[in-house]
Design a protein around this ligand. Sequence first.
Ligand code: AMP
Ligand code: MG
Length: 403
Amino acid sequence: MACLELQEALARILAAVPSPAREEVALSEAAGRVAAERWAAPLDLPPFDNSAMDGYAVRAVDVAAACREAPARLRLCGRIGAGQSPPPEVLSGACARLFTGSPMPPGADAVVMQEDTRVAPEEPGLVLVLEPVKRRENVRRRGGDIERGATVVEAGERLSEGHISLLAAMGRAQAVVGRRPVAGLLATGSELREPAQPLAPGQIYESNRPGLAALVRGAGAVPRILPLVADTPEATRSALAEALGQCDAVVSTGGVSVGELDFVKDALADLGGTVEFWRVAIKPGRPFVFGRWREKLLFGLPGNPVSAVVTFLLLVRPALLRWQGAIEVALPAYPGLLAEPLANPGVHPHFLRVRVDTAGQVYSAGLQASHALSSLAAANGLVEVPPRTTLPRSSPVTVMRWE
Ligand code: AMP
Ligand code: MG
């Protein structure tokens, strides 16, 4: 089976993702979910002209000549608390006390902030205005933020906290979003142990499922951690059958290379599934398997922890997002400048773990071998270095990041 280029592999995976199912969730639970429909604003925001300050509603012409030496003298005609309606009309020579968010009274066209006024204790019905204001100053205009009918969220957009506040301000309590796929996490390898178990010689603690569970959640999907799988054909087959039965997608690690203890591909075939492709021309992560079983998908990641994470980010994360209806599925990419050279002597594109600082300077995160967890923990991004290439210091690069 030929080794696929990354873009070809991704295209084939995305083409196999089922179309998103939709569900309604409480708005307060909708952060990170993917909008299933376009939402248009049902009302103007703000819904009415209101004050941006604590102060006084005035007619701007009445205070045009005001200064500290010769304040404008305005008669106080009322007090408008936030939520109060209908406000009194402000006639020429008058003003009304109001607060941030108070509706603008008819007649007034500007707000003088409290700091630019004085009220003499002996004359509480008189307000001295010490500074002029322009028309509309300190007034938040109806529709000035969002006009009724404008698109607030596009279908396929992932909802941020900001979107949620905006939809709540429009009176919504629910959001219609794409259903989240359940991704079962299988770790294969007879050497693997669970955290509380003692380690016999040659054994190691399993470290892929917890990290991948976090990445699955970051992609908006639901992780399900499944029991460890020993390296036998029977154990692999029954674990895979169970996992495919209960999950939308299965993300396995290990057992996909060319060793005689690599059973994942055969197990899928035994269950009546199809291996769509095996091997992608990237480093780390070349022995990646993509398969189908009925409408379910299998992502067979290599066992090396870094290979598992990198292939997840490049090939599985996009699928889980598209499953929910997301349009944008690539990792967020930011510009950076290399603070040191990055070399790839190999024949495949190498996704190197990097650390980018707040000034956009990009450093290698450390040892780049595909078992090295120290550099994975230190990394906050990946940089793709083309085959047989050394990118010199100061090269502009694209840093891929994730949540
Ligand atoms: P494999 O892809 O099964 O040949 O595994 C490659 C390397 O990754 C071996 O050193 C395994 O011990 C290691 N490995 C595989 N799966 C895991 C896992 N879930 N946690 C930690 N290391 C693993
Ligand atoms: Mg193995």
